[in-house]
Write a protein that binds this ligand. Sequence first.
Ligand code: AMP
Ligand code: ZN
Length: 493
Amino acid sequence: MQPLHIQNSLSRKKELFEPLNAPHVGMYVCGPTVYSNVHLGNVRTFLSFDVIYRYLEFIGYKVRYVRNITDVGHLVGDAEDGEDKIGKMARLQKLEPMEIVQKYTNDFHDVMRVFNILPPSIEPTATGHIIEQISSIEKILENGYAYEVNGSIYFSVRKFSEDYPYGELSGRKIDELLSNTRDLDGQSEKKDPLDFALWKKADDSHLMRWPSPWGIGFPGWHLECSVMSTKYLGEEFDIHGGGMDLKFPHHECEIAQNIGANKTPNPVRYWIHGNMLTVNGRKMAKSEGNGFTPDELITGNHKLLERGYSPMTVRFFMLMGHYASTLDFSNEALQAAEKGLSKLTNAVEALGKLVGGEENTDFNFTALSDKCYAAMNDDFNTPILIASLFEGVKTINSAVDGRISLSSTQISNLKVLYSGFMKDVLGLVEEGSKGSAEGSEDLASNLLDLLVELRSDAKSNKDWASADRIRNTLSELGVTVKDSKDGSSWSHD
Ligand code: AMP
Ligand code: ZN
């Protein structure tokens, strides 16, 4: 197995990766809260983990990849009290909360497919794990790290920090946290401002509610991830990921809950945080009004976009940055990515047609291949991998132009290397081929059927001008319309 270095958010230093049960790797990534359409910022985080998942599998690990769906407990504004994000949307759209969940889960899956982001091995939902969440709270209560007030249960950070460190992941010191938090406003029933809810009593207006030993209520947001990761990956597992903005409080609370319930001092071995997609330096977020949906990106139908960009262009643009660095969106960067990707794919296509000749002793295939692996082994450094692939493109293009020759072994080695890293690791599939654009092919074909039908209607109405306009425009796009006694049909050259 390749030695793999991962920048662990927990210790802030590079560590050598060895799974707990090699070759099996347990990886948990916080999934979306399904109350609205996914924006491109969300896509970046899931794409970063898609490549990590792909690379681990590529080098021979067997990954159990768990990515949850948050369908309860995440309150508006990430607040401690108030309305559930999903409950609020259900009220506004006059739908059942579970209709909201289904609608936006479907949207999320569609978007993942468009960007060729692989599905996880398990995709558990918070509402499907209420019983497990209740038992986890019971364990935390039993261990003395939580208390009940009026049908709600809170985690006692102060009590926990007497026995275990709190704040290690986000680098916060408990004393500073205590002095920086505002005093309780008298309304709160928490004993300490740092405490967080494990279970909340549901008032009458709250739509999503379950019975519990403490009355009718709902689980706190942080708890679901502790419970589902432990259930499917064990009390200690290898990798936990999510966007950087989840580090505190979400992940910090997860660690406290896991330890509080199971007393395992190191529940997660490697924390990996994907950095944010920004627009003019500001985080892309629904609340900022600077987040566009993947649909808007593809059609170019948004004020920030000069034109539309294909899903693979966007994928490549995102992979040109390291997952741990912020990435600023701009039309120029996307256009540069488009050019870069086509240079790379053209070279790979030409490589497929190259005929072997004399061996080129100046070309060191092993050195190129080693560079590609070394880039990914060094904290999944996709920009360095892409730079190395471009270096190889120089050699490929020289061979295509006939300036140098490559032997058939050298050519087939290159083919395996490029197919492995471009398709399997970076997940870059040809646009229009299976995987990314199957849906858009169907769409194009349905639209063409519709246009041909509209042309037939125009002809029946003796509207020759419209009929000709449709046929001529399609012809300019390479689509031929044929008329026969059985009707009209189209073909694409
Ligand atoms: P949410 O559905 O809001 O819980 O977000 C789902 C995931 O997207 C989380 O891992 C967030 O950290 C991540 N995320 C949200 N905004 C951005 C952004 N602008 N760039 C990258 N990731 C983001
Ligand atoms: Zn989570």
